[in-house]
Design a binder for this molecule. Structure first.
Ligand code: PMP
Length: 387
């Protein structure tokens, strides 16, 4: 019997076998010609997948939080104003990071399951000079999707830089960085990018690179400073050897493989598939009589779903039964509703059969607790909506 479970959490995720094989390849020198090619190619592919031909990509060893940290530590200066548009746990994290670098932070906090309205954002940006704002594309604690396009538009009008935390979104949710005028789109390797955890990935606009170059104060971050990493990215893209900190050779080779797969499929097709599966998955969950955390379908993420447990259910037992079935899902993350809901990731190289197995596991766990529903209804609903 296969001794592995299906990993259906909102990152890390199930990976394409070709990516796993790449991780297991012999580790070469970080200045070996084959690795220089992998690194350079990965940077070029990021531009395609971020839809940012003009942007400056960065690949740095670290988690998604490092990407968040690099974006703001390079752009904000002490006592400048920053606006955080928060739809959950990761908005709060951005506030903490910004305060670490001496920013004056205002946080616009959406109610659980809601987004912040454009009127409120516009009003706040008009009230004072904001150097930058942050948006969480999909907040992994609520499964709420924010549309970055109109926010980026308002930001440009007010001469404010926009930073998109795409950790649970990039390569799964539509992101046209250059077209929408977003200054930084960042993510971690372990989500829709489809690589194990360990890489911070960012693409920075020309405008933001210019703002960074014109800083009056030094960047208060050594490891994450663009001063250290920009020459490295330039060198690899020009296929020259270079060194600042040893890059995670195997992870970057895996990144090249995964980005190539996404690029071959076409980022627009990849996003379309995420939307199709997410819609079908939500229909399946609703057919079970369950409720999702986002208050409207239009703001429900396509990379993951946050679902309330039915009333009178033993949540720990429910999750354990799902795990015993062979599927790993995630519990709650948002402090206020932590024990009331669970989360399922459906991004990256996900297949129909992965989702069918997950729904079967959920049904089986519900049956064990005598929850009243028609057996098989969720699988049927998913299958009839996922073609
Ligand atoms: N932002 C979002 C939206 C996330 O989902 C996560 C991780 N769950 C992070 C930031 C932080 O990423 P990491 O855990 O890789 O540091």
């Amino acid at each position: 019997m296969k001794n592995r479970k299906l990993l259906m959490i909102p990152g890390p995720i199930e990976m394409d076998p070709a990516v796993l094989r790449a991780i297991g390849e012999v580790t070469t020198s970080h200045v070996a010609p084959n690795f220089i090619e992998s690194f350079g190619k990965s940077l070029e592919l990021m531009r395609n997948i971020w839809e940012s031909p003009k942007g400056q990509p960065f690949i740095v060893a670290g988690s998604g939080t490092l990407a968040m940290d690099m974006a703001v530590s390079n752009l904000i200066e002490p006592n400048e104003n920053a606006l955080v548009i928060s739809t959950g746990y990761f908005g709060e994290r951005y506030k903490n990071i910004l305060e670490t670098y001496g920013a004056n932070v205002t946080i616009l906090q959406a109610e659980i399951g809601e987004t912040v309205s454009l009127e409120i954002i516009e009003k706040e940006l008009a009230s004072k000079d904001y150097k930058l704002l942050t948006i969480t594309h999909v907040d992994t604690s609520t499964g709420v999707l924010t549309d970055p396009k109109p926010i980026a538009e308002i930001a440009q009008k007010h001469n404010t830089l926009s930073i998109l935390d795409g950790v649970c979104a990039t390569a799964g949710e539509e992101t046209l960085q250059d077209n929408w005028g977003i200054d930084v789109v960042l993510t971690g390797s372990q989500k829709a990018i489809g690589v194990p955890p360990g890489l911070a990935l960012l693409v920075v606009s020309e405008r933001a690179m210019h703002v960074w170059k014109e800083r009056k104060t030094n960047v208060q971050n050594y490891y994450g400073s663009f001063h250290n990493w920009l020459p490295i990215m330039t060198a690899y893209e020009e296929r020259r050897p270079s060194y600042f900190g040893t890059p995670p050779v195997n992870l970057i080779r895996a990144l090249e493989v995964s980005l190539t797969l996404i690029d071959k499929e076409g980022i627009a097709n990849r996003v379309k598939n995420h939307i199709k599966y997410a819609n079908a998955f939500r229909k399946a969950v609703l057919a079970l009589g369950l409720e999702i955390v986002p208050k409207k379908e239009a703001i429900a993420a396509n990379t993951m779903t946050a679902i309330y447990y039915p009333k009178n259910i033993d949540a720990a037992q429910f999750r354990k039964d799902i795990a015993d079935f062979g599927v790993i899902i995630a519990g709650g993350l948002h402090a206020e509703i932590k024990n009331l809901y669970f989360r399922v990731g459906h991004m990256g190289a996900i297949t129909k059969s992965d989702i069918v197995a997950t729904l079967s596991a959920i049904e089986s766990a519900l049956e064990k607790q005598n929850y009243n529903f028609k057996s098989g209804v969720s699988v049927g609903e998913f299958l009839s909506n996922s073609n």
